[in-house]
Write a protein that binds this ligand. Sequence first.
Ligand code: ATP
Ligand code: MG
Length: 277
Amino acid sequence: MRIVLRDVTLRYDAGLPSATTALSGICLTVEQGECVAVIGPTGSGKTTLLEVMAGLTAPTSGVATIESAGAVRGLRDAVGLAYQFPESQFFEETVFADVGFGPARQGLAEPEIRVRVEEALSRAGLPADKFGGRSPLSLSAGEKRRAAIAGILALSRPFLLLDEPTAGLDPSTAERIADLVRNEVRAGRGVVVVTHDLEFVEAVVSRTVVVGGGAVLADRTTADALADGVLLEGIGLESPPYYALMDRLRRLSHPELDRIGLVLGGARGTGDDRQKP
Ligand SMILES: Nc1ncnc2c1ncn2[C@@H]1O[C@H](COP(=O)(O)OP(=O)(O)OP(=O)(O)O)[C@@H](O)[C@H]1O
Ligand SMILES: [Mg+2]
């Protein structure tokens, strides 16, 4: 099963003076079991792209679908989207009820909802017996984020889209989110993460899509994307320290340094290697 976007263009306020082309000619495929980062400057269309991939916003032109065993179907039932700061949307009195809201709306019976909620909370690292009865507002910042993501996990969909899941979190809490994402990918789900957090990308994600001005500028292995200092500079980001060093060494273009670079590169491995279960 895969999410397929073919030549997707999205215009807000088409025909009005305020018209904005948020996405332009996007072609993208995300397979189940794959983890993809989307990085790009502010206003480059990342959130809009997730909304199109989730089937919440229809493209102005082009096609956005799920392809599965040769058949084509809609995105909505296959994709769960967690917006940036999803914890701002809590409204139930307990964590259990909040995570169970989605499955209840899907029309599931109570026992099934219970199983879904317990499983989702466990996947989010918040055991139901300890956290289920708490008020969502009493949780720590990192627990709130994970409880909110659990609400999306409880929908039990094959694809998970996360908009800036580590924004505003300290490094150790971001690491909990990284574990959550790794486990979802290991379990065979497809995950797309919009982020500015290149440490997260380096540690978790095997493929990186760079967007700018609503278009795909690059779609590469994470190792290749992070090693391209010029590409990252163009979107206002810097290579993580290891990649910046390798990039500088490569640019010196001395045969001996190239050889050292190859040795270091081989020892380091790639995001791809670390991604596989
Ligand atoms: N509902 C809307 N109506 C009109 N224009 C919109 C709407 N939502 C987004 N836009 C515009 O579409 C473009 C892309 O916005 P989008 O939110 O997708 O960017 P982004 O890459 O997620 O930005 P950020 O990194 O700041 O979250 C921007 O120019 C934005 O102003
Ligand atoms: Mg956004």
